[in-house]
Design a protein around this ligand. Structure first.
Ligand code: MN
Length: 283
Protein backbone atom coordinates (compact mmCIF):
# COMPACT_ATOMS: atom_id res chain seq x y z
CA UNK A 1 0.00 0.00 0.00
CA UNK A 2 1.06 3.57 -0.69
CA UNK A 3 -0.26 6.30 1.57
CA UNK A 4 0.34 9.99 2.11
CA UNK A 5 -0.63 12.98 4.23
CA UNK A 6 -1.87 15.89 2.18
CA UNK A 7 -3.55 19.31 2.18
CA UNK A 8 -5.02 20.04 5.64
CA UNK A 9 -3.68 16.86 7.33
CA UNK A 10 -5.78 14.52 5.20
CA UNK A 11 -4.76 10.86 5.05
CA UNK A 12 -4.66 9.41 1.55
CA UNK A 13 -4.18 6.02 -0.06
CA UNK A 14 -2.57 6.25 -3.48
CA UNK A 15 -3.54 3.98 -6.35
CA UNK A 16 -1.91 4.76 -9.65
CA UNK A 17 -2.02 8.53 -10.03
CA UNK A 18 -5.05 8.96 -7.78
CA UNK A 19 -5.23 9.73 -4.07
CA UNK A 20 -8.23 8.43 -2.11
CA UNK A 21 -9.08 10.38 1.05
CA UNK A 22 -9.29 7.87 3.91
CA UNK A 23 -9.06 10.39 6.77
CA UNK A 24 -12.19 8.85 8.29
CA UNK A 25 -10.07 5.84 9.34
CA UNK A 26 -8.29 8.06 11.87
CA UNK A 27 -11.50 8.22 13.96
CA UNK A 28 -10.43 4.86 15.42
CA UNK A 29 -7.32 6.37 17.03
CA UNK A 30 -7.58 6.57 20.84
CA UNK A 31 -7.51 10.06 22.37
CA UNK A 32 -4.17 11.43 23.50
CA UNK A 33 -3.43 12.84 26.92
CA UNK A 34 -0.36 14.70 28.14
CA UNK A 35 2.34 13.53 28.21
CA UNK A 36 1.83 11.73 24.93
CA UNK A 37 3.44 8.30 24.64
CA UNK A 38 6.67 7.84 22.70
CA UNK A 39 6.19 7.30 19.02
CA UNK A 40 3.90 8.74 16.36
CA UNK A 41 0.21 8.23 17.12
CA UNK A 42 -0.51 7.02 13.57
CA UNK A 43 2.33 4.48 13.42
CA UNK A 44 1.64 3.28 16.97
CA UNK A 45 -1.69 2.05 15.60
CA UNK A 46 -0.93 1.43 11.93
CA UNK A 47 -1.69 -2.31 12.02
CA UNK A 48 -5.17 -1.52 13.36
CA UNK A 49 -5.77 1.32 10.86
CA UNK A 50 -4.53 -0.42 7.73
CA UNK A 51 -7.55 -2.66 6.95
CA UNK A 52 -9.93 0.28 7.34
CA UNK A 53 -7.70 2.46 5.13
CA UNK A 54 -7.73 -0.20 2.42
CA UNK A 55 -11.50 -0.67 2.65
CA UNK A 56 -12.16 3.09 2.46
CA UNK A 57 -9.77 3.49 -0.48
CA UNK A 58 -11.83 0.97 -2.44
CA UNK A 59 -15.00 2.92 -1.69
CA UNK A 60 -14.22 6.63 -1.95
CA UNK A 61 -13.48 8.34 -5.26
CA UNK A 62 -9.95 9.48 -5.93
CA UNK A 63 -8.52 12.73 -7.23
CA UNK A 64 -5.28 13.23 -9.13
CA UNK A 65 -2.34 13.15 -6.72
CA UNK A 66 -0.79 16.00 -8.70
CA UNK A 67 -3.57 18.29 -7.47
CA UNK A 68 -2.89 17.92 -3.75
CA UNK A 69 -0.17 19.41 -1.56
CA UNK A 70 1.90 16.58 -0.15
CA UNK A 71 2.99 16.86 3.49
CA UNK A 72 5.55 14.66 5.21
CA UNK A 73 3.93 11.20 5.45
CA UNK A 74 5.28 10.96 9.01
CA UNK A 75 3.51 13.60 11.07
CA UNK A 76 5.44 13.41 14.33
CA UNK A 77 8.70 11.51 14.05
CA UNK A 78 10.08 11.03 17.56
CA UNK A 79 13.62 11.08 16.22
CA UNK A 80 15.37 11.04 12.88
CA UNK A 81 18.40 8.78 12.86
CA UNK A 82 20.83 9.49 10.04
CA UNK A 83 23.90 7.74 8.69
CA UNK A 84 27.02 9.79 7.83
CA UNK A 85 29.35 8.82 4.95
CA UNK A 86 27.62 5.49 4.28
CA UNK A 87 28.72 5.09 0.64
CA UNK A 88 32.42 4.57 -0.19
CA UNK A 89 32.52 7.05 -3.09
CA UNK A 90 30.88 9.77 -0.94
CA UNK A 91 33.56 9.13 1.68
CA UNK A 92 36.18 9.62 -1.05
CA UNK A 93 34.65 12.87 -2.35
CA UNK A 94 34.21 14.21 1.19
CA UNK A 95 37.89 13.61 1.93
CA UNK A 96 38.97 15.14 -1.39
CA UNK A 97 36.81 18.30 -1.41
CA UNK A 98 37.64 21.02 1.09
CA UNK A 99 34.27 22.67 0.38
CA UNK A 100 32.70 19.55 1.88
CA UNK A 101 35.12 18.76 4.72
CA UNK A 102 36.12 22.32 5.77
CA UNK A 103 39.48 21.07 6.92
CA UNK A 104 38.02 18.44 9.24
CA UNK A 105 39.26 14.88 8.99
CA UNK A 106 36.44 12.74 7.55
CA UNK A 107 36.24 9.51 9.51
CA UNK A 108 34.31 6.35 8.61
CA UNK A 109 30.76 5.52 9.67
CA UNK A 110 32.24 2.82 11.91
CA UNK A 111 34.05 5.61 13.79
CA UNK A 112 31.22 8.17 13.72
CA UNK A 113 28.26 5.91 14.38
CA UNK A 114 24.89 7.48 13.53
CA UNK A 115 23.60 10.97 14.39
CA UNK A 116 20.23 12.67 14.95
CA UNK A 117 18.43 15.32 12.92
CA UNK A 118 15.78 17.50 14.53
CA UNK A 119 12.16 16.44 13.87
CA UNK A 120 11.31 20.13 13.40
CA UNK A 121 13.32 20.10 10.16
CA UNK A 122 10.80 17.85 8.38
CA UNK A 123 8.72 18.93 5.39
CA UNK A 124 6.90 17.09 2.61
CA UNK A 125 7.30 17.14 -1.16
CA UNK A 126 4.73 19.93 -1.48
CA UNK A 127 6.82 22.34 0.56
CA UNK A 128 9.99 24.16 -0.46
CA UNK A 129 13.46 23.78 1.01
CA UNK A 130 14.53 27.21 2.21
CA UNK A 131 18.16 28.06 1.42
CA UNK A 132 18.76 31.55 2.78
CA UNK A 133 22.21 31.45 4.37
CA UNK A 134 23.67 33.30 1.43
CA UNK A 135 27.32 32.98 2.42
CA UNK A 136 27.16 29.21 2.88
CA UNK A 137 27.02 26.22 0.54
CA UNK A 138 23.86 24.12 0.97
CA UNK A 139 23.82 20.66 -0.65
CA UNK A 140 21.24 18.05 -1.57
CA UNK A 141 21.69 14.50 -0.28
CA UNK A 142 19.25 11.89 -1.61
CA UNK A 143 18.79 8.93 0.72
CA UNK A 144 16.56 5.91 1.13
CA UNK A 145 14.51 6.68 4.25
CA UNK A 146 12.40 4.31 6.31
CA UNK A 147 9.87 4.63 9.08
CA UNK A 148 9.78 2.26 12.03
CA UNK A 149 6.53 0.37 12.58
CA UNK A 150 7.37 -1.80 15.58
CA UNK A 151 9.13 -0.77 18.78
CA UNK A 152 12.47 -2.42 19.48
CA UNK A 153 15.66 -2.18 21.52
CA UNK A 154 18.85 -4.05 20.58
CA UNK A 155 17.21 -5.44 17.49
CA UNK A 156 19.08 -8.31 15.78
CA UNK A 157 20.01 -7.78 12.12
CA UNK A 158 17.99 -10.81 11.09
CA UNK A 159 14.86 -9.33 12.74
CA UNK A 160 15.45 -5.75 11.60
CA UNK A 161 13.18 -5.64 8.55
CA UNK A 162 10.24 -6.78 10.72
CA UNK A 163 10.48 -3.38 12.41
CA UNK A 164 10.07 -1.36 9.21
CA UNK A 165 6.60 0.00 8.38
CA UNK A 166 7.62 1.42 5.02
CA UNK A 167 10.00 3.41 2.88
CA UNK A 168 10.21 6.96 1.54
CA UNK A 169 12.61 9.18 -0.33
CA UNK A 170 14.59 11.32 2.08
CA UNK A 171 16.46 14.51 1.26
CA UNK A 172 19.06 15.29 3.92
CA UNK A 173 19.76 18.93 3.13
CA UNK A 174 23.09 20.09 4.52
CA UNK A 175 24.92 23.35 5.06
CA UNK A 176 28.64 22.74 4.64
CA UNK A 177 30.84 24.10 7.38
CA UNK A 178 32.61 23.33 10.60
CA UNK A 179 29.60 22.91 12.89
CA UNK A 180 28.34 19.56 14.13
CA UNK A 181 26.21 17.58 11.66
CA UNK A 182 23.15 17.78 13.93
CA UNK A 183 23.25 21.57 13.56
CA UNK A 184 24.06 21.78 9.84
CA UNK A 185 21.37 19.25 8.86
CA UNK A 186 18.54 20.33 11.18
CA UNK A 187 17.57 23.73 9.84
CA UNK A 188 13.85 24.15 9.22
CA UNK A 189 12.92 22.45 5.89
CA UNK A 190 16.20 20.47 5.76
CA UNK A 191 14.56 17.02 5.96
CA UNK A 192 12.25 16.29 3.05
CA UNK A 193 10.25 13.04 3.37
CA UNK A 194 8.00 11.78 0.63
CA UNK A 195 6.26 11.78 -1.64
CA UNK A 196 4.38 9.02 0.21
CA UNK A 197 5.16 5.86 2.20
CA UNK A 198 5.37 2.53 0.43
CA UNK A 199 4.72 -0.27 2.90
CA UNK A 200 7.60 -2.66 3.49
CA UNK A 201 5.77 -5.62 1.93
CA UNK A 202 5.68 -3.79 -1.43
CA UNK A 203 9.40 -3.03 -1.39
CA UNK A 204 10.74 -6.37 -0.20
CA UNK A 205 14.54 -6.21 -0.20
CA UNK A 206 15.66 -2.60 0.44
CA UNK A 207 19.22 -3.49 -0.50
CA UNK A 208 19.03 -3.35 -4.30
CA UNK A 209 17.20 -0.14 -5.19
CA UNK A 210 18.37 2.21 -7.95
CA UNK A 211 17.91 5.89 -7.21
CA UNK A 212 18.76 9.30 -8.68
CA UNK A 213 18.39 13.00 -8.05
CA UNK A 214 18.49 15.68 -10.71
CA UNK A 215 18.59 19.45 -10.22
CA UNK A 216 16.94 21.51 -12.97
CA UNK A 217 17.06 18.38 -15.11
CA UNK A 218 20.78 17.71 -14.63
CA UNK A 219 21.74 14.39 -13.01
CA UNK A 220 23.63 14.91 -9.74
CA UNK A 221 23.56 11.68 -7.71
CA UNK A 222 22.82 8.21 -9.10
CA UNK A 223 23.50 5.00 -7.23
CA UNK A 224 22.02 1.82 -5.77
CA UNK A 225 21.36 0.85 -2.15
CA UNK A 226 23.46 -2.29 -2.72
CA UNK A 227 26.44 0.06 -2.28
CA UNK A 228 25.51 1.09 1.29
CA UNK A 229 28.40 0.44 3.72
CA UNK A 230 25.96 -0.30 6.58
CA UNK A 231 22.77 -1.62 5.02
CA UNK A 232 19.24 -1.09 6.35
CA UNK A 233 19.36 -4.10 8.66
CA UNK A 234 22.75 -3.11 10.07
CA UNK A 235 21.66 0.51 10.62
CA UNK A 236 18.58 -0.61 12.56
CA UNK A 237 20.69 -2.98 14.68
CA UNK A 238 23.35 -0.29 15.25
CA UNK A 239 20.93 2.51 16.19
CA UNK A 240 18.87 0.30 18.48
CA UNK A 241 21.98 -0.71 20.43
CA UNK A 242 21.82 2.81 21.83
CA UNK A 243 18.18 3.80 21.86
CA UNK A 244 14.77 2.23 21.59
CA UNK A 245 13.28 2.69 18.13
CA UNK A 246 9.61 3.65 18.33
CA UNK A 247 6.93 3.58 15.63
CA UNK A 248 7.25 6.78 13.64
CA UNK A 249 11.00 7.09 14.13
CA UNK A 250 12.72 7.70 10.80
CA UNK A 251 16.06 6.34 9.64
CA UNK A 252 17.91 8.02 6.76
CA UNK A 253 20.42 5.61 5.33
CA UNK A 254 23.05 7.96 3.89
CA UNK A 255 23.90 9.50 0.55
CA UNK A 256 26.19 8.49 -2.32
CA UNK A 257 28.70 10.60 -4.25
CA UNK A 258 27.61 13.65 -6.20
CA UNK A 259 26.47 15.99 -3.41
CA UNK A 260 26.35 19.52 -4.78
CA UNK A 261 24.88 22.93 -3.98
CA UNK A 262 21.36 24.17 -4.62
CA UNK A 263 20.11 27.76 -4.73
CA UNK A 264 16.71 29.46 -4.57
CA UNK A 265 14.72 28.76 -7.74
CA UNK A 266 16.19 25.29 -8.29
CA UNK A 267 13.93 22.25 -8.62
CA UNK A 268 15.19 18.92 -7.32
CA UNK A 269 13.68 15.76 -8.76
CA UNK A 270 14.31 12.61 -6.71
CA UNK A 271 13.45 9.04 -7.64
CA UNK A 272 13.91 5.69 -5.90
CA UNK A 273 13.02 2.41 -7.59
CA UNK A 274 9.84 0.84 -6.13
CA UNK A 275 9.40 3.81 -3.76
CA UNK A 276 8.41 6.75 -5.98
CA UNK A 277 9.50 10.12 -7.25
CA UNK A 278 9.02 13.72 -6.23
CA UNK A 279 9.91 17.23 -7.29
CA UNK A 280 10.89 19.63 -4.54
CA UNK A 281 11.42 23.36 -4.95
CA UNK A 282 14.24 25.36 -3.40
CA UNK A 283 13.24 28.78 -2.13
MN1 MN B 1 23.06 12.44 4.72
Amino acid sequence: MRFCRFDDNRLGVIKGDMVHDVTEALAALPPLAWPVPHGDQFFNHFDMLRPQMEALADRVPGRPVGEVRLLSPVGNPGKIVAAPVNYALHLDESRADRQINFGSEIKTIHEYGVFLKSPSSVIGAGDAVVVDWEDRRTDHEIELALVIGKQGFRIAEEDALDHVAGYMIGLDMTIRGTEDRSFRKSLDTFTVLGPHIVTADEVGNPGALDFEITVNGESRQKSNTALLILNVQQLIAYASKAYTLYPGDVIMTGTPEGVAPVKPGDVMHAWIDRVGEMSVRVA
